[in-house]
Each structure stands twice: as C-alpha cells, then as structure tokens.
Design a protein around this ligand. Structure first.
Ligand code: NAP
Length: 222
C-alpha cells in the first residue's frame, strides 16, 4: 500500500468534500482543499466547525492542490467533472485520483441518467491516462452521514483497474471509519454511479435522512 500523508480534495468546500476534509484532518492527515475561490473557503470551513484545528488544512487553487498532494479526491458536481479533470491532468502523474462523481443531471436527480460515454470513472481514467491510477468510490455514502461525528453505517464500493491502488484507498478510508470493498475494474463503477439516484429516490419516498449500502454474506453470520 502506498503511504499517503498529503490529501488533496478538489471541491472540498462542498458537502462531500468538506465532510471528508474534516474527517481526514481529525486523523492528522495534511489536507489541502482545492477550490476555484480559495479565499471564500477558509471562513466557510472554520465557521462550520469552531472546534476544528485548521493547522493541518491548506486551501489552494485546483492545479496547485493536485500537484502538491500524494492522493487526490475529486468531489465536484458532474457538470464540472470534465473541466476539472482537464485542469488536474498535468499534475497527477503517478498518483491515485479518487473519483466520487455521480452523473446527476438536475432536476431529475432521482433518476439514472448515464452520460453517452457510460461510466464517468472510466472517462476519468481515459482522460488522465494509464500512468494515473483512477479509483472510483464513495458514491453511495451520504455527505450528511459523513459530516456527523459517528461512524457511518453505510459501506463503500471501491473500483479501479489496479488492485494495489484500490487497497490503498480502502486502507485510507478505513482511517475515517469507512468500510470499503474491492469491487473490480473501473468499468464496474457504473453500478455505484447508477445506484445513487436510486438512493436519492428512496430518501424522498421513505423520508430517509441519507440511505446507503451494506454488503452481506452468509459467512459473516457464522
Ligand atoms: N453530497 C453527497 O452526499 C454525495 C455523496 C456521494 C457522492 N457525491 C458526489 O460528490 C460530488 C460533489 O457533491 P457535493 O454534494 O459535495 O457537491 P457540492 O456541495 O455542490 O460541492 C461541490 C464543490 O465543487 C466545486 N465546484 C467546481 N466546479 C463547480 C461548478 N461548476 N458548480 C458548482 N460547484 C463546483 C465547488 O467548490 P469551489 O466553489 O470551492 O470551487 C463546490 O463547493 C458530486 O459529483 C456528487 O455526485 C456526493
């Protein structure tokens, strides 16, 4: 497993990214939030949690965040996905990029609407090239659940063409109390990308606060 100290979170001012940033900071990782307007983010993050020790937090532009981090989480809306991947492309050689993008197209976010290219994470891998290990994860964990201090109930399907890179991400997210599972190649990520609109539908239908998934197996009960 690759040793990861510096974590970059592109879109880290948003719901998912900021929840991840806070969890990693609490575990003493050096976190950099990559933002289009870094100056606005500092007050937003510190205002939202007065007890947060921001010693381990940097806020920078997107390219700089990508170039200075050991591993990069991509937590931007689908509408900004391609532009942002272009922006980090020349700064992530040899690194792991964790793509969390769900292809949601408002206003119908409770409906599966895959792009013409199919799987978003496969597109990310194609755009970044094979010397970047794209790992796709976290689509089915609600940011609201991550933002709380408790251990989230939901689990994480982890996809990617490189087993070691997947393992690195599984170990890394275990540090923030998330259970990850190897789920195969990057093409398989289309399953998790498609599942999120279903969970959003269920949240609305059943008034759930943030539904998620859990993997079960007969052997787990023995
Ligand atoms: N929210 C969840 O529960 C959840 C769960 C699983 C997966 N996801 C996925 O994670 C990604 C981020 O979701 P989110 O809910 O955290 O989104 P969000 O709250 O809207 O935040 C996304 C961040 O992305 C940045 N950004 C860059 N380009 C943008 C653009 N054109 N329009 C708007 N924001 C832009 C913004 O940061 P700056 O302004 O600082 O640049 C913004 O704060 C999405 O792909 C989503 O499908 C979300």
């Amino acid at each position: 497993m690759t040793d990861i100290k510096k974590i970059g979170i592109i879109g880290g001012s948003g719901a998912l990214g900021s929840a991840l940033a806070k969890r990693f900071m609490k575990e003493s990782f050096e976190v950099t939030i990559g933002s289009r307007s870094p100056e606005k983010v500092i007050s937003k993050i510190s205002e939202s949690d007065k007890n947060l020790d921001v010693q381990n937090l940097k806020i920078q532009g997107i390219a700089q965040t990508a170039s200075e981090s050991d591993l990069i989480f991509l937590t931007v809306p689908f509408a900004a996905h391609q532009k942002t991947v272009h922006e980090i492309k020349h700064h992530v050689h040899g690194k792991i990029v964790v793509d969390t993008t769900v292809p949601l197209v408002p206003p119908k976010v409770a409906r599966v609407q895959l792009p013409d290219s199919g799987c978003v994470a496969r597109k990310t891998q194609e755009m970044l090239g094979n010397d970047v290990q794209v790992v796709s994860a976290l689509h089915n964990v609600a940011a609201t659940a991550l933002a709380k201090s408790e251990t989230p109930d939901g689990e994480v399907m982890v996809f990617g063409n490189n087993k070691e890179a997947r393992e690195t991400v599984i170990q890394l997210i275990s540090k923030i109390s998330l259970k990850g599972w190897h789920c195969g190649s990057i093409d398989n990520a289309v399953v998790a990308e498609s599942l999120t609109p279903v969970l959003i539908f269920m949240n609305k239908f059943y008034s759930f606060k943030g539904s998620g998934i859990k993997i079960v197996d007969e052997n787990m009960n023995e």
